[in-house]
Design a protein around this ligand. Sequence first.
Ligand code: BJW
Length: 260
Amino acid sequence: MQLFPDDLIAKLKQVKQLVVLTGAGTSAESGIPTFREAQTGLWAQYDPAQLATPEAFKQNPKLVWDWYTWRREKVLAAQPNAGHLALVAMEKYIKTFHLVTQNVDGLHQRAGSENVLELHGNITRIKCEKRQRFIDLSHAQLTEYALQLSENTPPRCLDCNCNSFYRPDVVWFGESLPYHALVTAEQVASQCEMLLCIGTSSVVYPAAALPLTAQQNGATVVEINYESTPLTKKAHYFLKGMSGEILPALVKAVWEDGGL
Ligand code: BJW
């Protein structure tokens, strides 16, 4: 049985404004490899931080496209895990709840979370390089594009005749984050009473600054991770372990055992 500090339980029972920031570790128990863990199979020889750049796509569009196609297939085959579902439950118990994610897999939304801000885009969408026409590859539209997608890698834009490549609708290193998501995330982080930072290495900015923004504005910062990160020493609480185990236990301990 998981035991949590009594004062943390008491704070969570009272909290009215909560921000949750998630990273790749949140989806690890759904079978999606985290960003920085060793790649497998065909991709073992590549460094993800080298592939997730505009320069890599310019230099070798097929290689980068194929990597994202491989990862997209894993995402579409995956199911939300107990950690995702616990966050759906948590949202119901808290008056103002914002879920900010660095993940591109859409699993929070598929689990049923409603208030999700995606900081780094979504791997199930593609967009053309020039005019940013978006296509959602997880839906029926795919049929229309399937032939072309399979013939050319990467395919070129069909919609606006710009003839540029389609690329994944994700944020690569050196690119700006989606304006609305970032501004809203910074705003809610600066106004919240508590921020939970879950399953992220806390090294990629500006996302890694959100817990610090929250803390500077008086919020309690709780980190959930099975390893320590640059945030660990600064956080008020460090809950060491797997998010798919800790989150359901936390929801049970705070809202489902002791009542509100
Ligand atoms: C578990 C678990 C389980 C496992 N339970 N835990 C300030 C200082 C220094 C540099 C910069 C700065 N500001 C900007 C920069 C540059 C750069 C940056 O941050 N670089 C640093 C790496 C040095 N940032 C940018 O370029 C950003 N753009 C930007 O700021 O524009 C303006 C600008 C540009 C240039 C200079 C200055 C300003 C854009 C960042 C975009 C990041 N994109 C990626 C790829 C997305 C597409 C894709 O997926 O391919 O986003 S990179 C990658 O990292 C991905 C992730 O969302 C992100 C974070 O990864 P995350 O979630 O932390 O995953 P992992 O794998 O690293 O860690 C997993 C963690 O989970 C580990 O801790 C495990 O222990 C844990 N874990 N299983 C609990 N079951």
